[in-house]
Design a protein around this ligand. Structure first.
Ligand SMILES: Cc1cc2nc3c(=O)[nH]c(=O)nc-3n(C[C@H](O)[C@H](O)[C@H](O)COP(=O)(O)OP(=O)(O)OC[C@H]3O[C@@H](n4cnc5c(N)ncnc54)[C@H](O)[C@@H]3O)c2cc1C
Ligand code: FES
Length: 287
């Protein structure tokens, strides 16, 4: 009855700020402070399907607490639910972390431009992620794997603080077994159990054998990491429009109305969060 009433209200009042109810189908602990939530729409029917492209984000809300932008980390081709990987940062994300299977959240979106898929078809892809920055890239990687013949060689470079901070560990191993997909991980701090690479993401260049000739590079992570990676890619000969990254800004409306996320003349929520380095260079002091 309540579900029917909510659908009716949405049909009658076209309100861009109205969250849709979603229920948590599964919670997976990735690390000590990151969990992946699989969500199901409570009000979804055939004419009202939730469609998105990799790189887009949603605004997730908890009643009586607030709302936060979170990247979609599942592929549009995944039929098991919408997945979000969330790091516990403050009040809202802490509240979401307390939620369990069956709990309800609110969701608006999808928002933002997403990755420029039409520019990626037929190209080799270099995907560089740091920490939770692998979340939007996971959506793209899973999409690329499901549409494998449309893309060239895929190289995934992923770094986290320690081995315990690596997210999507099962996915990283599974992607590496795919044809023409090479996954290389590194951690910044040594530990007794870690037998892999130690050092920053930029220490992986010699292991990855990257050529700028037919490659699009997409980088997601902390701005400091993105800066170092972009600097090296430019030195390697990558074109400024072949380097793509995501920008994070504090957001409120998510739809280009409030101005909270503006950088110069751009709204990160509407014109981004995905930008080429060429576009970023024209913005005031971003990287
Ligand atoms: C487009 C976009 C996509 C995002 N995708 C993800 C994702 O997939 N997974 C994820 O865990 N987080 C993601 N974030 C960051 C997430 O929105 C914030 O961590 C969240 O809003 C924090 O809310 P809070 O109430 O728990 O913490 P608050 O109490 O609001 O803040 C806690 C701390 O986090 C910092 N913070 C808050 N918002 C941001 C932000 N937007 N950028 C940087 N620092 C922030 C605050 O300055 C403060 O230090 C994304 C942000 C944007 C803009
Ligand atoms: S969050 Fe309101 S304009 Fe971007």
């Amino acid at each position: 009855m309540r579900d029917k009433a909510q659908t009716l209200v949405r049909e009658m009042v076209s309100n861009i700020y109205l969250p849709r109810p979603v229920s948590i189908k599964r919670v997976k602990e990735e690390t000590g402070d990151i969990k992946t939530f699989t969500l199901g729409f409570k009000d979804q029917d055939k004419k009202d399907r939730f469609t998105f492209r990799p790189g887009q984000f949603v605004l997730v809300s908890v009643f009586n607490c607030g709302e936060a932008p979170i990247s979609i980390c599942s592929s549009p081709t995944f039929s098991g639910g919408l997945q979000l990987s969330i790091k516990k940062m403050g009040l809202l994300t802490g509240e979401i972390h307390r939620c369990t299977k069956g709990d309800e959240l609110g969701l608006r979106g999808p928002y933002g431009n997403g990755f420029p898929l039409e520019q990626l078809y037929g190209r080799d892809l270099l995907l560089v992620g740091g920490g939770i920055g692998l979340a939007p890239l996971r959506s793209l990687i899973e999409y690329v794997i499901s549409e494998r013949s449309e893309f060239g060689q895929v190289t995934v470079l992923y770094g986290a603080r320690t081995a315990q901070d690596l997210v999507f560990k099962d996915d990283l191993s599974a992607w590496d077994t795919e044809k023409d997909v090479n996954v290389i991980t590194t951690v910044y701090r040594d530990s007794a159990t870690w037998k892999g690479n130690i050092g920053p993401l930029t220490s992986l260049w010699k292991k990855a054998a990257i050529s700028p000739l037919n490659t699009k590079a997409i980088i997601c992570g902390h701005p400091a990491i993105v800066s170092y990676v972009v600097f090296d890619l430019l030195k390697m000969g990558f074109g400024e429009d072949d380097i793509i990254t995501t920008l994070e800004r504090h957001m409120k409306c998510g739809v280009g109305k409030c101005g909270h996320c503006s950088i110069g003349s751009k709204f990160t929520c509407r014109h981004g969060p995905v930008f080429t380095y060429q576009e970023i260079k024209a913005l005031p002091s971003v990287l």
